[in-house]
Design a protein around this ligand. Structure first.
Ligand SMILES: [Zn+2]
Length: 60
């Protein structure tokens, strides 16, 4: 059985997907279908990581 998202072999905890990532992608498809909103989750995540990095480097 293969992951419907990327075609890799499935992994038990994430069936029918190969990973949480692919399960999230499938979920996002459903959510996007419901709300018709472009996905910005990864952009938001990058911003958070950058902000955290700046905060850490910033002298106080
Ligand atoms: Zn997959």
């Amino acid at each position: 059985m293969n992951c419907p998202i990327c075609g890799e072999d499935t992994v038990k905890p994430f069936r029918p997907f190969c990973s949480k990532r692919c399960a999230d992608i499938d979920l996002a498809k459903w959510l996007n279908g419901s709300y018709a909103v472009p996905s910005q989750r990864e952009d938001d995540l990058d911003d958070e990581i950058q902000d955290a990095g700046e905060f850490k480097d910033r002298p106080h």
